[in-house]
Design a protein around this ligand. Sequence first.
Ligand SMILES: Nc1nc2c(ncn2[C@@H]2O[C@H](COP(=O)(O)OP(=O)(O)OP(=O)(O)O)[C@@H](O)[C@H]2O)c(=O)[nH]1
Length: 391
Amino acid sequence: VEFFEQQDIDNNLELSISAAPVKPEPLTINVEILSLKVLSEQDPKAAQEKLPALLTLATSLNHAEQYLLYLIRANIAESEGQKHKVINWLNQAIKLEPSLAKKQLDSPLFASAYLTLADIYQQQGDHKKAYDSKKQYIKKYFAHLKQQKALRVKRLNEKYNVEKQHEENELLSQSNQIKQYALIRAASEKQLQNRSITIFIAVAVVLFLLILRQFKIRKALKQLAKTDPLTGLPNRGTFFTLGDSYYNQALQSNRTLSVLMLDIDDFAAVNDSFGHDAADQVLAKIANIASEAMRSRDFLARIDGEEFAAILPDADLEQARAIAEHIREKIKLAAINVNQQTVNICVSIGLASVDEANQGFDNLLQVAESALQQAKSQGGDQVYSKTMAAH
Ligand SMILES: Nc1nc2c(ncn2[C@@H]2O[C@H](COP(=O)(O)OP(=O)(O)OP(=O)(O)O)[C@@H](O)[C@H]2O)c(=O)[nH]1
């Protein structure tokens, strides 16, 4: 029987779910009626005393409340042993069922009507009705359980969905944070890279400038090594180095070449009279006058204290003499001003040409040197060459 009942209940439940009719919504129930219902089960007498006050409101009560009012009256009647009244009240209540929500009727509050009916019928020996009432009650009881279960599942699902949504939001926000962090990291890496490139370029530029500076210093030093600092003319070393190549070139190309050696007359007296610094200025001015008096292709150098030498390419002795005389005269006529005083300077010049000395550049210079000595020994202020008489 129990198996049959259970199956019957299940079938009915399935039917009620699959049919899905439009059902009325559960109605609200006055709290006083609810408490009177409880009181009628525990203390029917006390409930009877309170009943008249509620009955005055009966017309304003909704069907759910009226249903409960019948149940209260049935409880009171049962406590008084008036079974036919109990059945009457309960049937009155059951008549209201079509206008009430099934969900509400299945709750134990309402379904208890069938349990009470089953008890009464049982006591009256009407087993068929007792059975039917009990069956109804059990049906409602299981439907209620199923409803509760569905409600719990619904709530759990809602809770699960909320939590899931929350977790998804959390995940999304974490993934956004990760993306943001990745962006920040990429930006800072880029910044670092740019900074490294800037530092690299700056270091490269500084290195380049240092190398350039070093190069310029070396060049200046090299130049300095080749130049006489006082006059700015090439020095003795440069003169001999270039002299050899001028000489060899002239011989190879079968062209003439002369050299001159110039020495300032009585320069010791200039030093003595005007001092060393003033004499230095005189030296520089004489170098300047001599340079200007020469041709652009001639090569003048300071080879010793007050001694100068020049290479005169393509100049034979006669042309060399003309150049030398021009220099001598220019210097002699120059009014060299030192310490607001005019200094008169004379020079002696010795000449030599490859036409008369072709045993190498040193030999050429020796001949010019000896011509210079000759010019000095003849009183200075003159140009002398071995093969041409002095003026
Ligand atoms: N101020 C200065 N004087 C120098 C320099 N080099 C050499 N002298 C001076 O030049 C003079 C050379 O003296 P000497 O060799 O006797 O030649 P000089 O006095 O010119 O006589 P002569 O050559 O015979 O005419 C010395 O007084 C040196 O001190 C220099 O670079 N600066």
